[in-house]
Every structure is written in structure tokens, then in C-alpha cells.
Design a protein around this ligand. Structure first.
Ligand SMILES: *Cc1c(COP(=O)(O)O)cnc(C)c1O
Length: 463
């Protein structure tokens, strides 16, 4: 088709808008117009770039409809996580417990005592709500919460080491992803990085030799997302604490994920709990609210009272302040930890992490039964053993056993099926392994089975 002819078959904007209006009578005029203009303009560029060789009025209208549909769909949406990665940073890390959601709803919909002391009838502090429960669970002298753990590290270093040296092992200068690099954060905090040791080996004497009159503190960073294997040596928190005491220097640990429960009983590698790290004498510990803890995004700082007090008073604290909805969700999540059994059953992140393989297999069988009834015979549904991951930069070497449903159909390649499910509503995010598409059942909620069945029937047809 000639370009001129194609241009001529683009209907006038008003006509496009009127047609959209008949399909979407509730949508404001302005938005219909915007969709019509965007669709027409996209078609024009495609013609100019030679990407179209023919065009009908109908195609323009279909595109306008698609553009409008996109505008009507919220940008941030719920998805179904069938990747098997429990703390998936790209998929929103931790889904919250019902208790946390209820607390958020109550505090967000109404007024609250966020900064109001009900006993005294005067101004109070937003930090007391979390501090009480964190102290109770961890045994810390004091606690402070901020926007996230990156902010917790930044604020801690800025308060305790501005213009002074922070000694840290070269084996712990980690990048977490999303461009959080310990050395970069340290520079921005105004602290001076004093690297000691080598990539694989750092000794206590390396720290001791670096101490001088400008040293502010000793920093330990949890390696989180990678492991040092082979010819290695690192200094334990306990040894650092002894050194810190000798020279009257505080010892700070960025624990990263931060966990209150010993997960070795679920076959996972040993991660130091916040309680253990504090008991070893570390003065200030920082960790995330939404990794292994299973709460909302937050950074929690615990430790010695006078240090936490200094950190709380730092004017930068206002810039990384935690908001009331997060406080509500975090407090409710933390309260579940009073009873470990309750925490393990009600906090989705902990529940998924501690799920025994046979339970995952049971979920796979349940979903397969539903799908078998609904989907055409040509679609093959196999259950295979696989491994999932904890994620969130925690336990990088651990691959807990999981079960997945392999969906195979002559109509679709694995890549095509992956794309179709990713673009469905709600999006279903699975995994491709050995050119097979699979749904890892560890991270799928049983209440999601019916919508998964519906979406798959939509894509693959019904029996
Ligand atoms: C994840 C992580 C951070 C960043 O925490 P956010 O809560 O994502 O800001 C910092 N340090 C370590 C060691 C981590 O694992």
C-alpha cells in the first residue's frame, strides 16, 4: 500500500473518539481524545518508518482501544508470583499478613494517635509504636524505624561517622542490586571508607592496624547475596566487638535481611538472627522490614540507647521518615512474632519459606486437578520436582526443594506462553527451564488457583 493511501485511511480524531465513546461510555471525554490522538500518532510514525505495509480504519480503531485500555488499567497491580522466589524484589518483596492489612486499613481510613500521647493528652512520638514491640522481641535497648534499610545504613553512618573513618573489610563491600553499594552509600553519608584486608581474607589485626584517632566505628556488612568459599577468613562479630571495646569504638552491623526466627529447622542455612547479633554485643544493627521479616518496606535500627537516640535526633531522619501506614503494618507484623508458630503460619513470607516440599506438591496436585477439568486434552500438565529460592539477597547458596507444574501445549512455545501469561490480567509470572514453561508452586497462594485456571482457559481454550 502507498504511504499516501495509508495516511488517508487514518480516520479523523473525532470519529475515533466517537467510536471509543460508544464502547466506553463512562470514560471522560478528555481521556478518549488522548487515546485517539496517541493511536493516530503512533500509526503515522509506523507508516513513516516503514513498519506498516497496509492499514485499515479498523486497525486504527483497535489500536486506539488498546491504548485506552492501558490508560484505564492501574500501573501498579497485583501479580501472581509463580517464580518460586519468595522474597522477589521485582515483585514487591513480602506480601503482608491479614493482620497487617487490617491495621493499615484502620489507621489509613481514620485519624490515629500517630504523634499523640493519649495518656498525657499532648504531642507524642511516632517512633514509640514500633520501639516497644521491637525491644520486646529482640531484647534491644532501643529501636528506630526509617524508610528502608538503605536509609538506616545512611542515617547511622551519617550520625556516628560524619567526616570520620569507618573500617570495613574488603570482603564485605557489597552491591545489593538496584545500585545500592556500601562504598557509595558511605561516601554519601559523609563517612570516610577505610578498607582493610583482601577480597577473600580479612584478619582481626587488619582492623586493629587501621584504627587511628579519626576512626569513628567498625562496620560489619552481612554478605547477603553472595558467599565467600575456599581460602577465606573473616572476623566474627564477637571478635570485632572485643576490638571495639578495647579502643572504645562502636561496632555497627548491616544485617541486610534481618530475621527473628532460626530457619535452620526448615533445612535452610544458618542466618544469624537479630537477637543473636545483639547478644554478641554489636552496638547498632540495621535490617530490612520487607525481606525475611515479611513486613512492609522499612529499615529497622536497633541497639544501644545512647547511639539510637543520637541517630533519632539527626535532622536527616526527617528526610527518611517512616509513614503511618508502614508503622501500622510493621507493628501488626511484629506482634505476630510473639508466638513463633503464629508468625510462621500467618506471615506469608515465612509461611512460604518454611513450606515442606510435600505441601508444595499437594498444592501442585490441587491446581493440576482444576486445570485438567477445564483445559483441552492437548494441553499436558506435569508435576516436576524443582528448586526455588529465598531471594531478597538472602541465602544465595540455598535451593530449597519445590514442585512445579509444567504446562506444555502444541499451540504455544514456552516463550510464547510465558509472554501471554505475563500480559494477562492478573499477570502470572512463571519461569522457563530447559525450554519448558513452569509454575513453581511454592509462592502461589491456594486462593489464586481459580484465577490461574480462568486465565489459562482464556489463553489455551476450554475442554
Ligand atoms: C537488602 C540490603 C540492603 C538494602 O535494604 P533495603 O531495605 O532494600 O533498603 C542493605 N544492606 C544489605 C546487606 C542488604 O541485604
Amino acid at each position: 500500500m502507498e504511504k499516501q493511501v495509508m495516511f488517508a485511511s487514518i480516520p479523523p480524531i473525532n470519529e475515533l473518539k466517537e467510536r471509543l465513546s460508544s464502547c466506553f461510555p463512562q470514560v471522560p471525554e478528555k481521556l478518549l481524545l488522548l487515546a485517539a490522538r496517541e493511536a493516530a500518532s503512533q500509526i503515522r510514525s509506523e507508516i513513516l518508518e516503514g513498519k506498516r505495509i497496509s492499514l485499515s480504519k479498523e486497525e486504527v480503531f483497535e489500536l486506539a482501544q488498546k491504548v485506552l485500555q492501558e490508560k484505564l488499567t492501574p500501573s501498579l497491580r497485583r501479580v501472581i508470583n509463580a517464580t518460586g522466589v519468595v522474597v522477589h524484589t521485582n515483585l514487591g518483596r513480602s506480601p503482608l499478613a491479614k493482620e497487617a492489612l487490617e491495621a493499615i486499613q484502620e489507621v489509613a481510613a481514620y485519624y490515629s494517635n500517630l504523634e499523640y500521647d493519649l495518656a498525657e493528652g499532648k504531642r507524642g512520638s511516632r517512633y514509640v509504636h514500633i520501639e516497644k514491640i521491637v525491644r520486646e522481641i529482640t531484647g534491644a535497648e532501643a529501636a528506630l524505624v526509617v524508610n528502608n534499610n538503605a536509609a538506616a545504613v545512611l542515617l547511622t553512618l551519617n550520625t556516628l561517622a560524619l567526616g570520620k573513618e569507618v573500617i570495613v573489610s574488603r570482603g564485605e563491600l557489597v552491591e545489593i542490586g538496584g545500585s545500592f553499594r556500601i562504598p557509595d552509600v558511605m561516601v554519601r553519608s559523609g563517612a570516610i571508607l577505610r578498607e582493610v584486608g583482601t577480597t577473600n581474607r580479612t584478619h582481626l589485626r587488619d582492623y586493629e592496624e587501621a584504627i587511628n584517632e579519626n576512626t569513628a566505628l567498625l562496620l560489619k556488612v552481612h554478605k547477603s547475596n553472595y558467599a565467600l568459599l575456599g581460602f577465606t577468613k573473616e572476623v566474627s562479630g564477637k571478635e570485632l566487638v572485643e576490638l571495639g571495646r578495647k579502643y572504645n569504638l562502636p561496632v555497627v552491623e548491616d544485617l541486610g535481611s534481618g530475621c527473628f526466627v532460626d530457619l535452620t529447622k526448615f533445612g535452610l542455612p544458618k542466618e544469624p538472627t537479630v537477637q543473636e547479633v545483639l547478644a554478641s554485643g554489636i552496638d547498632v544493627v540495621t535490617f530490612s522490614g520487607d525481606k525475611l521479616l515479611g513486613g512492609p518496606q522499612a529499615g529497622i535500627i536497633v541497639g544501644r540507647k545512647e547511639l539510637i537516640e543520637q541517630i533519632r535526633k539527626n535532622p536527616l531522619n526527617r528526610a527518611v521518615r517512616i509513614d503511618k501506614m508502614t508503622i501500622a503494618g510493621l507493628e501488626a507484623t511484629l506482634r505476630l512474632y510473639r508466638d513463633e508458630k503464629e508468625a510462621l503460619s500467618k506471615i506469608p513470607t515465612l509461611y512460604f519459606i518454611s513450606l515442606p516440599p510435600e505441601e508444595i506438591k499437594k498444592k501442585a496436585k490441587q491446581l493440576r486437578r482444576r486445570l485438567r477439568k477445564k483445559l483441552p486434552k492437548e494441553v499436558s500438565l506435569k508435576i516436576i520436582q524443582t528448586t526455588s529460592r529465598v531471594g531478597g539477597g538472602a541465602m544465595p547458596l540455598s535451593n530449597p526443594i519445590s514442585y512445579a507444574l509444567v504446562i506444555d501445549t502444541p499451540k504455544f512455545t514456552a516463550a510464547k506462553l510465558e509472554r501471554a501469561l505475563r500480559n494477562s490480567s492478573p499477570p502470572i509470572i512463571g519461569r522457563i527451564e530447559n525450554e519448558r514453561f513452569l509454575l513453581d508452586m511454592r509462592t502461589v497462594f491456594p486462593e489464586e488457583f481459580s484465577v490461574i485456571t480462568e486465565v489459562l482457559a482464556n489463553i489455551l481454550g476450554e475442554a
